[in-house]
Design a protein around this ligand. Structure first.
Ligand SMILES: [Zn+2]
Length: 199
């Protein structure tokens, strides 16, 4: 027996989420049918709004409602440091620490020859522009994850930027090899920043 089209479509949509297979998607679809109409409407609105009202900051690439984002627009922040991360989620993790008061730059991925991801596929050109036009920047802190791709991306950026006379540092590896910034606790992140090493 086939499901009626609306539920089949809902199952199909849930299956597009990471880690959700047919079985979970079917369970979630039927659960949605049992939800209050108001909750379903709020859910649908939240989905549409998250996509429509959020953009990437034209300066740093972080997700934001306003452009430039609140961090880039905050002149009270330390303009001499930029932490380079892979994903907007990493900015959230580092901000939770409440210790770092500098700026960020989000690459939106890492160099990955296997996945065909080269420098042009990452938010690198805008980082270089930023460094050229903003003389206040003294240090770029590379906080890509401790994976082979993250390390290769850090090395690439260091070679690219260092000749311009900007101090390049890498987070200390209190972070275990292969670990993600996103999941590190605040103390570990703080130690990783404090113990960063110059490249
Ligand atoms: Zn920004």
């Amino acid at each position: 027996m086939q499901y009626p089209e609306p539920i089949a479509k809902l199952i199909e949509s849930y299956m597009k989420l990471p880690g959700i297979g047919n079985k979970s998607a079917t369970r979630m679809a039927f659960y949605t049918l049992d939800m209050d109409e108001k909750d379903v409407n709020d859910f649908a609105k939240a989905l549409v709004s998250a996509k429509k009202d959020l953009h990437y900051c034209s300066v740093c690439g972080n997700i934001t409602e306003s452009d430039p984002c609140m961090i880039c627009a905050d002149k009270g922040r330390d303009q001499s440091k930029i932490i380079v991360v892979e994903q907007p989620r990493d900015v959230m993790s580092l901000e939770k620490m409440r210790e770092y008061r500098g700026l960020y730059h989000v690459l939106h991925g890492v160099l990955s020859p296997l996945e065909g991801k080269g420098p042009d596929d990452l938010n690198i050109a805008s980082l270089l522009r930023r460094l050229q036009t903003n003389e206040a920047v003294e240090e770029v802190i590379l906080a890509t994850n401790a994976t082979p791709e993250g390390e290769a991306t850090a090395t690439y950026l260091s070679r690219l930027i260092k000749p311009a006379g900007i101090k390049m540092t890498r987070l200390a590896h209190g972070l275990a090899v292969g670990s993600d910034i996103e999941y590190a606790d605040e103390m570990t992140l703080l130690k990783a920043i404090e113990g960063r090493t110059e490249l």
